[in-house]
Design a protein around this ligand. Structure first.
Ligand SMILES: *Cc1c(COP(=O)(O)O)cnc(C)c1O
Length: 361
């Protein structure tokens, strides 16, 4: 006899973290059940680095990236302020999240994306959720400027990470890690684009320490793509360029907060080349079973780079945020190491022939 399960469904970050996000009975909650993502131990990465490596798989959020954690808060609060439309600039994932949460709330999403520079899966999400999409002939930084001006001059509510509700929602990922581990990790590795997420994690880890949930805060190690590394270089990058489109940003909105997280934690922000990013994407998928988009794989590439530099102490507990799902930008999964297209072999509908092809016969 199968018995009724006592397990409860995860209710999304606004309900699960109601106390830290100041949610009351009067608060609007627009949720798709985001958050509560698994922290997956990677035996392969642990062995390679002589540490205990755990991967926070944020690609398992409802729209396939961590952006959902902030969007549930931003859209819920926008509704409480009477908003009928939200607007954002996006490299793809923010627009996918904005479109989905606006659909759930019954309001209009307006998304500005750099023309030709967002992954197909992300564009499809914005279309299918009914967003008004404008492809801007410019880069992300141009889109963000326009979004801010639209929100200043017209009745639309800005939901980019310059909106602090986004940062607030995203900090719950750090709280979940502390909750699962029983304390903060020694090191936390994370991609850096517009730098909202590293800001959020640092805020979350700081809250965990001051509230007594954790006894310490981790060193924060951030990573930017070599062709889009303004914080590493200390100057705005006019024409950012990388296969990791989600972090193709030349002038991060939360630049100073990223520097604060780095310096207060005794951490670093390092640049990683595209070839190493794509190699790390394959490594994580084939060794750990986790398929992430290129921007997320930079955490793994960064881990190997920092290990080679002697910056990962033996036996340390190391958590990595992998920010978005690999299916969003599936073209990279179809490439081999040497850049050629992966071509599955073919056979007739004949067992003997298939067995021979596989070298079983
Ligand atoms: C948004 C995003 C990032 C970068 O996060 P920031 O908060 O902009 O630094 C990294 N990876 C993915 C998949 C993203 O969607």
């Amino acid at each position: 006899m199968l018995k009724q399960s006592q397990r409860n469904q995860w209710r999304g970050v606004l309900h699960e973290w109601a106390d830290v996000l100041d949610v009351t009975d009067a608060s609007t909650v627009v949720t798709l059940g985001e958050g509560g993502t698994p922290l997956i131990e990677s035996k392969a990465l642990s062995q390679m680095t002589d540490a205990r490596v755990l991967v926070k798989f944020e690609g398992l959020n409802p729209t396939g990236s961590f952006k959902d954690r902030g969007m549930t808060v931003a859209v819920s609060r926008a509704i409480d302020k009477g908003a009928k439309a939200i607007a954002c600039a996006s490299t793809g994932n923010t627009s996918a999240a904005a479109a989905a949460y606006a659909a759930a709330a019954g309001i209009q999403a307006i998304v500005l994306v750099p023309e030709g520079k967002i992954a197909m899966g992300k564009l499809a999400q914005s279309v299918v959720h009914g967003a008004r999409i404008v492809q801007v002939r410019g880069n992300f930084d141009d889109c963000l400027e326009i979004s801010k001006e639209l929100a200043e001059q017209y009745p639309v509510h800005l939901v980019n990470s310059v909106n602090d509700d986004r940062i607030e929602g995203q900090k719950t990922a750090a709280l979940e890690i502390v909750d699962v581990l029983g304390d903060a990790p020694d090191l936390h590795l994370i991609p850096v684009g517009n730098a909202g997420n590293i800001t959020s994690y640092w805020r979350g880890y700081s809250l965990a320490e001051t509230s007594g949930m954790a006894t310490k805060r981790p060193r924060m190690l951030g990573f930017q793509a070599a062709g889009a590394a303004p914080i590493v270089r200390g100057e705005v990058v006019r024409e950012p360029d990388t296969v990791a489109t989600a972090i193709r940003i030349g002038n991060p909105a939360s630049w100073q907060q990223a520097l604060d997280a780095r310096d207060e934690s005794g951490g670093s922000i390092t640049a990683i080349g595209d070839a190493d990013i794509l190699k790390a994407q394959r490594l994580l998928a084939s060794s750990t079973g986790v398929f992430v988009e290129p921007a997320s794989a930079i955490s793994v590439a960064g881990l190997l780079e920092r290990h080679a530099a002697g910056d990962i102490p033996a036996g340390a507990t190391v958590t990595l945020t992998v920010t978005g799902h690999g299916l969003k930008d599936a073209q990279w999964g179809l490439k081999r190491e040497d850049g050629s297209d992966a071509q599955p072999e073919s056979a007739d509908a004949d067992t003997a022939q298939v067995a021979q092809l596989l070298g079983l016969a």
